[in-house]
Design a protein. Structure first.
Length: 299
C-alpha cells in the first residue's frame, strides 16, 4: 500500500528538467574524469579494441562478399529436365512453375538442340535422337535438391541432372563462412568484455573510498554505475572509430575483386559492417563494465 502511494505521489511531482540536465552533466564529468584517471592505459585499451574490431569487421565484410559470390555462382546452376517423346513442353512447364523456389524455366525444343549440335559437329544424316529439354532455374543453391525431387515425380520426365557436387560445395562454403563469422563474434565479445572488465576494476579500486562515501550519503546505485558503464561504451566506440581506417582498405580491396570477376558488390555491405561493429562494441563495452560493477561493487 505504501509503495503504491509513493509511486502515485511521485508521478504527480513535476519534473525539474534543469535538474535532470545537471545530473546528466555531472555524470558526463564523472565519466570523463574516470577516463583521464586511467591515463596511458586508455591508449593500450583503445588500440587493442581497435585491432579486435578490425579483425571482426574484415571477417564480416569478407563473409558478405563470399556469400554474394556463392549466390551468384549458385544462381547460374540449373536443373536440366529431359522429357519423354510426344510430351507437350508447355504443360510440363506450367506444372513445374507451381513448385516452390522455381525462379525461371527455359524451353529448348529438340529441333533447336539438334540444329545447334549439327553446326558444332559433323553428324550423319539420322533422325533427331535428342529429347525436348527444360532448364529450370532455382532461387537459391540450397533449394536445388528439393526442386529436383519434386520434378522427378512428374510422369512425363524421362531424365534429369544438375551439378550436384558443385551445389554441395557452394552450400558448404556458405556454412563455413557463417560458422567462422559466429566464432569471430564470440571471440570478440569475450576479449572485449575481459579487457573492459579488468580496466573498470582498476578504476573502481582507485575510487573505492569515494564510492563508499557516496553510498553512505544515499546516492542512488545508478548514479554510481552510470559513469563506469559509459566508460566501457566509450572504449568500444573509440575502438570502432580507429578500426574504420583499415576497414576502408579491406572494402576497397574487395570492391576490386568484385570488379575483376564482374560480380556486383553486396549493396550497403560497408554500412552494415560499420553499424554492426559500432553497435556490438558499445554493447560489449557497456556489458563488460556492468558485470565488473556487479562483481566488485554490489550496487
Amino acid at each position: 500500500m505504501n509503495n503504491s502511494l509513493k509511486s502515485s505521489v511521485k508521478r504527480h511531482i513535476p519534473k525539474d528538467w534543469l535538474c535532470e540536465l545537471r545530473i546528466l552533466y555531472r555524470l558526463g564529468k564523472e565519466t570523463l574524469s574516470d577516463i583521464i584517471r586511467t591515463g596511458w592505459v586508455n591508449v593500450v585499451i583503445i588500440t587493442t579494441m581497435a585491432a579486435i574490431l578490425m579483425i571482426f569487421g574484415a571477417c564480416f565484410r569478407t563473409a558478405l562478399s563470399i556469400s554474394t559470390f556463392s549466390k551468384e555462382l549458385g544462381s547460374a546452376l540449373e536443373i536440366s529436365v529431359y522429357l519423354k517423346n510426344g510430351v507437350n513442353m508447355q504443360d510440363v512447364k506450367q506444372e513445374i512453375q507451381r513448385f516452390e523456389h522455381v525462379e525461371n524455366i527455359t524451353l529448348i525444343p529438340k529441333a533447336e538442340s539438334w540444329s545447334k549440335l549439327k553446326t558444332e559437329m559433323s553428324l550423319p544424316n539420322i533422325d533427331n535422337p535428342l529429347p525436348d529439354t527444360l532448364h529450370v532455374k532455382v532461387d537459391r543453391p540450397e533449394n536445388l535438391q528439393p526442386v529436383f525431387d519434386n520434378i522427378k515425380q512428374i510422369a512425363s520426365v524421362e531424365d534429369m541432372n544438375y551439378a550436384k557436387d558443385l551445389a554441395a560445395k557452394i552450400e558448404l562454403v556458405n556454412h563455413v563462412v557463417k560458422t567462422i563469422t559466429l566464432v569471430v563474434i564470440a571471440i570478440m565479445a569475450l576479449l572485449t568484455i575481459t579487457i573492459i572488465n579488468n580496466t573498470i576494476q582498476l578504476v573502481i579500486q582507485s575510487r573505492k573510498e569515494e564510492i563508499e562515501i557516496m553510498r553512505l550519503m544515499g546516492v542512488s546505485n545508478w548514479y554510481i554505475r552510470f559513469p563506469f558503464i559509459m566508460q566501457g561504451a566509450f572504449y568500444g566506440f573509440t575502438g570502432s572509430l580507429l578500426a574504420i581506417v583499415p576497414l576502408n582498405y579491406v572494402q576497397n580491396g574487395l570492391a576490386n575483386v568484385h570488379k575483376f570477376f564482374m560480380i556486383p558488390s553486396p549493396v550497403g555491405a560497408q554500412g552494415l559492417v560499420l553499424l554492426v561493429m559500432f553497435s556490438m562494441s558499445i554493447l560489449f563495452g557497456a556489458v563488460g563494465s556492468f558485470w565488473c560493477i556487479k562483481k566488485h561493487l554490489q550496487v
